[in-house]
Design a protein around this ligand. Sequence first.
Ligand code: UFG
Length: 317
Amino acid sequence: MKVLVTGGAGYVGGTAAAMLLDQGHEVNILDDCSTGYADTVDPRATFFKESLLDANAVATSLSGCDAVLHFGAKSLVGESVVKPDIYWETNVSGTRILLDAMRAAAIPTLVFSSTAATYGEPKEIPIAESAVTDPTNPYGASKLAVDYMISAQAKAYGLAAISLRYFNVAGAFKSQRGWLAERHNPETHLIPNVLRATAANPLKVFGEDWPTKDGTCVRDYVHVVDLIGAHISALSAAIAGSHEIINLGSGGGYTVKEVIAAAESALGRPVPYEMAPRRAGDPAVLIADITKAGKLLSWKPERDLQSMVGDALASFQ
Ligand code: UFG
């Protein structure tokens, strides 16, 4: 199969490209490297260092492809609050351009990188796909808008589509070329920040008065290799004229302090940390209901928190 991977110079998209290539598929990558890194791009892929907003470049990058894995997006919650326009432009307009180009080229299948941020503050835990969607920031709203666009495209034009709503992605993949590390700048995610904390620059734990077992927030962490496995299954599970939305997490959760303990075990030393005020917009607990992923994709996550922390650490060394 030949697949266009948008955002293939980033952490999650780069992992998808490398896993597809290791499995013998052909890959085109479209990424403008605004947040990704050209040196992440696997040399076995054909690389288009172009923007999703450039319709001609998107059309060229789709040439000969059977399907698209669409990761290319802006994805920082905080940034989306202060610069919402760039979220509408890249995430919504960029996907609009991609959908038009896919239709023009008669490319039948799309798997889209959606997010648990589309649900907003949960009313019930675990969160099923039937939960109310009420995003609390423009990032989640932009991804939800795209989910609506894709549903309409499937209904009107027969696109076969699956949106995968990620909870907290972590860990790293070791491809035939070596480790693919998570490289965000600034890094806001918990696991990389825990592993990089030093006495001079300790981890800040955002809040210790949450209604959870140890007072710190609970999140549902899923290993990036398991996550991409679900995308590859979704490529063959998507049905023409249908758009399914599927959560990807582990179905369980860990507190920030439990993540710190797992990191201490991987590092073999204590993690320096200090308590800090709650971070704006953080819900107390986010856990996915992953029943639908099991049913539609025959998928279940296989890697635990210790493996996510261990692989992230190995990828940073
Ligand atoms: N945290 C800290 N200190 C840090 C970083 C994070 O205490 O330095 C805490 C956060 O408060 C939160 C937990 O660790 O309770 C996880 O935080 P992350 O920033 O790693 O992840 P989020 O749960 O905030 O966000 C992730 C994705 C978003 C997505 C969201 C959907 O990064 O893109 O899940 O649920 F929108």
